[in-house]
Design a protein. Structure first.
Length: 165
């Protein structure tokens, strides 16, 4: 099981997904920067059930660990991954539900501009979107302090944001 395998299953089910977290950052940089404990994808809420059904049909095990209105966690061939859900809003921003309903992502968070992993294009949350996620996390109703890797990721994302494309 790999990131590409999950993306292939979701594509066949007509479900768009974007990497975020550590793998999303790596995709924006174009190389793997550290070990990762899991793989995280954003999926539009309206596609969530279809994506879950497609993944389970292909052999992913759905875990009962998260409120389904927020995200779903899976295990597949020993690899942990999740799909978290967002909703598009009329003002162009994106938001979540449940414990993280005070999270707001900028309008360009889920663009068609791919990242790169292993020399292959992959959909990844935008730098601006990931930066908004990381910077606002401690201020959220259920947020917590930054971990050392979050501080490092924020510095990296800020550097990428300053670098002309």
């Amino acid at each position: 099981m790999s990131i590409h395998a999950v993306l292939d299953v979701l594509r066949r089910a007509a479900v768009a997904a974007w990497l975020f977290g550590g793998w999303g950052l790596d995709a924006r940089i174009g190389r793997i920067t550290r070990e990762h404990g899991d793989i995280e994808f954003w999926v539009e809420r309206s596609d969530g059930e279809r994506g879950t059904a497609a993944l389970v049909e292909e052999g992913a095990v759905l875990l009962d660990t998260q409120p389904p209105e927020e995200s779903r966690e899976f295990a597949w061939n020993g690899v942990a991954f999740s799909t978290a859900y967002f909703d598009a809003h009329p003002d162009g921003t994106f938001r979540t539900q449940g414990r993280w309903s005070d999270w707001v992502f900028p309008a360009d968070s889920f663009s068609n501009l791919p990242g790169v992993l292993d020399g292959h294009a992959v959909p990844a949350m935008s730098v601006a979107g990931m930066l908004a996620m990381k910077e606002h996390f401690p201020k959220l109703r259920n947020g917590r302090s930054w971990r050392p890797k979050d501080v490092h990721d924020i510095a990296t994302l800020r550097e990428i944001a300053r670098t002309p494309a």
